[in-house]
Every structure is written in C-alpha cells, then in structure tokens.
Design a protein around this ligand. Structure first.
Ligand code: DGY
Length: 315
C-alpha cells in the first residue's frame, strides 16, 4: 500500500478494499468501473463479467499469487488486458509447508497434539500414535515445476525414492536421483503423492476415484496446489473405505471449508487454511512483485506474466 501511495511514475488514485473477507462480486464490479489497473488476490474472480464492469480503461490485472486459475486469461487477452503474477518467490515457502504436511500426516502430529491438549495422553505406549516414516519412503510428485523441484530438494535429506510425473525430463534434482513415470504408475508405487500442478481444465479432478483406487492402502495424499485438483467426494470415500491412509490438504473446495464438513471431522486428515506461501518474508515479496507488475503494466513495460493457459507445472 505504502509503495502504491508513493508511486510517482505513474502516480495513482487508489481505491483499496479494507475488508477481511473478499469483496462480494457486485461490490467489486461497482468499484472497478473505469479503473486502469487492478491488484487482486486468488479469491477474486477476474472473469468476463468483471472485465465488462471495469470497461475499456482497464489495462492491467496484477495478481498477488502465482496461480491464476481465478483469472480468465483468454478473456483478458481478448480485451488487451495484461496479466501479472508472482512466480518463483513462493516456491521455497510452499515446499516447506508441503514437508510440514508430509511429516504431520506420516507421524500423526496433529492428532497426537490434540490428544495431549485434551488430556487423552495417559502413558507412553509401544504403538501410541505410531505412524509411518517419511525417511526412506517412495514419494510421487505430480508436477515438477519450481515448487515440485523445491520439495524434491528437501526430500533428498529423507533418503526417499522419488518418482515424478511431468512434461519435464530430469534424472537428478540436486543430489537426488529422480525417476519419471506415467501418472498411473506414480499413484500405484508412491507411499506419498504430492500435487504441484496448477489448476487447469486438464488437472481439475485429476485425483478422482480411479487415481485413488490405484493408490496403496497405506498411502498419503498431500495437496498444496489447488483444491479442485482433488475430487473431494472421492477422497472421502477412499478414506472411508480404507483405500488410502491419510491426507494433508492446504487447499480445499470451497475455501474455507464449512466447519461441519466431513473432512474436518476426520483424524486421518490435516486441513490447513491455504498457508503454503504464508511466511512474512514471502508474502512481502509477493506484494512487492504485485506492485512492480502493476506499475510496469501501467507504463506499458514488461511484467512477470503467467504462461498461457494449460501450463504443465506450478510455481
Ligand atoms: C499461489 O500463489 O498461487 C498460492 O496458492 C498462494 O499461496
């Protein structure tokens, strides 16, 4: 905000939404009428209706996120509206959180902590809260972009066997040998499946009944990408039937999940409030890039732009 207020090239008339929750679409549509640029969050639908409401003055949409699934890129392109996003700066923080979810689900950390807090810890016992080791596991990474690779680099320290599915062909990441396999094989062999693809028409529902049925009964699903990549009804059914063991989800459909959602009642599921990039340093960097992109776009200069729709990897 301070940087936008101080901006001199160009100087700006600002209209800032101060609410804790996203502006309702009708409010947003009314407030964007006649603006030249918009800084938006992944919770704002930048679709044809919004573009029409903004009108011909709109030249730039600058998103404070790497994922742009809330933005109709084709509609922006058709209207000559440039779109910016914040790739790269959040990969390491998101990879950190992915490892946190892997460890939390493998070692039942949240369940165990809840039990201690609730006074249910009576004594040390040989199988009390026993989980599975991340160390030495076979991990399958779906999408080996910046975030997927950052996850892989961390996993080198856990001596994992790393399988991946991606359009990229790599044999090593840092010191870790990696094996590219078809998606079906990845679901079948992995002890942990971790999703790092953007949400596109191609990836929506990618983890549905068929994929879940291929997974081991002991397997764990981790999603720090987008909720809609997983068919949540199929996930619940798979957990109920014991087709997979657990899930760690930083993203869901919808966000937030209603408090009475069945996923939240499960001890074998850890749900976080979409905090993959939520370190203070990373969020500051994302905000800085969003401002840089807005100002560059308003000057007609290049900015960090999302790749065309249907890109293979997140990050
Ligand atoms: C993004 O940038 O797309 C992330 O989901 C935000 O953490």
């Amino acid at each position: 905000m301070a940087r936008l207020e101080k901006a001199s090239e160009p100087s700006l008339d600002l209209d800032v939404w101060e609410g804790d929750e996203p502006p309702p679409p009708d409010v947003l549509h009314a407030r964007v009428r006649g603006v030249d640029g918009i800084v938006c969050l992944l919770t704002d639908a930048i679709d044809e209706a919004l573009l029409a409401a903004a009108g011909d003055t709109l030249r730039v949409v600058s998103q404070m996120a790497v994922g742009v699934d809330n933005i109709d890129l084709a509609a922006c392109a058709a209207r000559g509206v440039a779109v910016g996003h914040t790739p790269g700066v959040l990969s390491e923080s998101t990879a950190d959180l992915t490892l946190a979810l892997m460890l939390a689900t493998c070692r039942r950390v949240v369940e165990a902590a809840e039990d201690v807090r609730a006074g249910r810890w009576r004594s040390w016992s040989p199988l009390g809260w026993a989980g599975v080791d991340l160390y030495g596991a076979t991990v399958g990474i779906v999408g080996l972009g910046r975030i997927g690779q950052a996850v892989a680099r961390r996993l080198a320290g856990f001596n994992v066997t790393l399988l991946y599915s991606s359009r990229r062909a790599l044999t090593k990441i840092g010191t870790l040998a990696v094996e590219r396999v078809p998606l079906d094989e990845l679901f079948e062999r992995a002890d942990i499946v971790s999703l790092h693809v953007p949400l596109t028409d191609e990836t929506r529902g990618l983890v549905g009944e068929a994929a879940l049925a291929r997974m081991k009964r002991t397997a764990i699903l981790i999603n720090t990408a987008r909720g809609e990549i997983v068919d949540q009804a199929a996930l619940l059914a798979a957990l109920d039937k014991g087709h997979i063991a657990a899930a760690g989800l930083d993203v869901t459909t919808p966000e937030p999940l209603p408090a009475d959602h069945p996923l939240l009642a499960r001890r074998d599921v850890v749900v976080l409030p979409h905090i993959g990039s939520a370190s203070r340093r990373t969020r500051q960097r994302m905000a800085d890039i969003a401002v840089d992109n807005l100002l560059a776009g308003l000057r007609g200069a290049p900015m960090q732009s999302p790749p065309p729709p249907a890109t293979p990897e997140q990050g």
